[in-house]
Write a new protein. Structure first.
Length: 68
């Protein structure tokens, strides 16, 4: 997984890790672990991230460079 993409999407949206944690109903620390690659992002969180940012799960996973 391209953890950098999760961080880039968040930063492009001018959001903090705390704000993303709240948006996903997760503790900030859990979100930070996902973003740093210290924990695997569960499928339901991947889907929530894709929906939140309006991109495909394949984009987040690095399988596509096209966001849609």
């Amino acid at each position: 997984m391209k953890f950098q993409r999760i961080r880039d999407l968040r930063e492009d949206a001018d959001l903090t890790q705390s704000e993303m944690g709240r948006a996903l109903h997760l503790p900030q620390r859990t979100y930070a672990y996902y973003e740093s690659g210290q924990r695997t992002v569960p499928p339901e969180v991947l889907i929530a991230l894709a929906n939140f940012y309006g991109v495909s799960v394949d984009y987040i996973l690095g399988r596509k460079d096209d966001k849609n």
